[in-house]
Design a protein around this ligand. Structure first.
Ligand SMILES: [Ca+2]
Length: 182
């Protein structure tokens, strides 16, 4: 089980999560603060490890740089997967912050940390939070760049919401002063 938090907490790691499902990449869209033409942010959502988002070459856009995913809906999310480019080369992110947003304007940091420079899948768990957007900010990366072959976001399967509107006191059993009658 995992704890439910009212607000996102920084640096909270939630392990052993169950009941998570991937948000389909096809419903998400990606933008970024920088990209090299041909290495567009959409490459991080195409299911192809051999295509990737990469910030502009030649160091014209120094770190930090970010890739932002529009989730295509509002969800309670608690995990991000980052798959580096297959060679683990330039742009492999080695230090990061993750932010979420409900409106695409106000962002809250939900995780930060460091990754080894290799091509292995990186998984970040964080306290479940309502979000329509998630932002991966690279603060350090191989060669001073940022890149991502694939990104995936996981949502929590919610139990059906109780319909409180169907629960009503019987007329005559509650006075206008709030006292319960007999
Ligand atoms: Ca790709």
């Amino acid at each position: 089980m995992y704890a439910i938090y009212d607000k996102a907490n920084v640096d909270v790691t939630v392990t052993g999560q169950t009941g998570l499902v991937k948000i389909p990449q096809a419903q998400m869209t990606a933008t970024s603060t920088s990209f090299q033409p041909g290495d567009d942010p959409s490459n991080a959502l195409d299911g192809d490890v051999n295509t990737w988002w990469h910030i502009k070459w030649f160091g014209t856009d120094p770190l930090p740089q970010s890739i932002i995913l529009n989730l295509g809906g509002a969800y309670k999310i608690s995990k991000l997967d980052y798959l580096p480019r297959p060679d683990g080369g330039n742009g492999t992110i080695t230090a990061y912050n993750i932010y979420v947003s409900q409106d695409g304007v106000q962002y809250t940091k939900v995780a930060s940390g460091a990754w080894l420079q290799n091509n292995l899948l990186k998984e970040v768990n964080f306290a479940p939070v309502n979000a329509s957007y998630i932002k991966l900010e690279a603060t350090a990366g191989s060669g001073g760049f940022a890149s991502a072959s694939e990104l995936n976001v996981y949502k929590i399967i919610e139990a059906p919401t109780l319909q409180y509107g169907n629960v009503r006191r019987k007329a005559g059993h509650c006075s206008s002063s709030g006292e319960i009658g007999t």
